[in-house]
Design a protein around this ligand. Structure first.
Ligand code: AP5
Ligand code: MG
Ligand code: ZN
Length: 213
């Protein structure tokens, strides 16, 4: 099963993707996490990606598609995966479609997690992520058992570099210009499913489970 998570920055794509992956035994493929791991590791790819991410811009399609193809060609992706943060542009969606077609398959669901912009800026200020495993928390809505420490691995929780108010606003602008058109793209493919992302995370996941069956 190939599942695509759509939604604005901070809509809860990562939060829900974690749950889907745990519940359906699928690998979680987040291009943002791959870029952040490369930044942390000081790779050339990381250096290039960082220059875009710090401004809230998208990393160029050619590079992003190459990274994605490389990741999903690994063995753990053989029977499907959850894409979180990819595709983000029409050319990326077309590249994914062509790649899947070569394998004789197509994406099963594109789940749009809908949250209005007003809610987003507030959410992002409180997000904390595990430096070690990438698990997602919120100082108000998804607290860890011990402040500043990851429940899953004991790693340190940090604020993401691109969660500054100004960068969040640019990420939202870029989302509306370049990523929102994917909603119509997947509507046209007949696989778009919409969920209300302003609800409690458990309720959002319940709605997603009803879609996935
Ligand atoms: P990426 O890492 O994908 O970031 P994003 O799309 O901006 O989305 P976020 O990860 O910020 O939010 P999310 O929807 O996952 O929400 P989360 O679950 O964390 O990309 C970062 C950058 O990398 C991009 O800007 C770009 O530069 C580059 N990049 C990545 N992919 C690319 C691509 N394909 N092409 C080009 N460039 C690319 O939730 C947010 C917070 O809210 C958390 O604190 C969470 O606990 C809380 N929360 C979640 N759900 C709820 C809820 N229902 N109620 C209350 N709080 C909630
Ligand atoms: Mg995310
Ligand atoms: Zn962790």
């Amino acid at each position: 099963m190939v599942i695509i998570m759509l939604g604005a920055p901070g809509a809860g794509k990562g939060t829900q993707a974690e749950r889907i992956c745990a519940g359906y035994s699928l690998p979680h493929i987040s291009t943002g996490d791959i870029f952040r791991a490369n930044i942390k590791g000081g790779t050339e790819l990381g250096k290039e990606a960082k220059s875009y991410m710090d401004r809230g811009e998208l990393v160029p399609d050619e590079l992003t598609v190459r990274i994605l193809k490389d990741r999903v060609s690994q063995d753990d992706c053989a029977s499907g995966y959850v894409l979180d943060g990819f595709p983000r542009t029409i050319p990326q969606a077309e590249a994914l479609e062509a790649m899947l077609k070569e394998q004789g398959v197509s994406a099963d669901h594109a789940i749009d997690v809908e949250v209005p912009d007003e809610n987003i800026v507030r959410r992002m200020g409180g997000r904390r992520s595990c430096q070690n495993c990438g698990a997602i928390y919120h100082v108000e809505y998804a607290k860890p058992a011990k402040e500043g420490i990851c429940d899953k691995c004991g790693g340190t929780l940090v604020i993401r570099d691109d969660d500054k108010d100004e960068t969040v606003r640019n990420r939202l602008k870029v989302y509306h210009e370049q990523t929102q058109p994917l909603i119509d793209f997947y509507k046209g493919r007949g696989i778009l499913k919409e969920v209300d992302g302003t609800q409690d995370p458990d309720k959002v996941f319940e709605d997603i489970r009803a879609i996935l069956g």
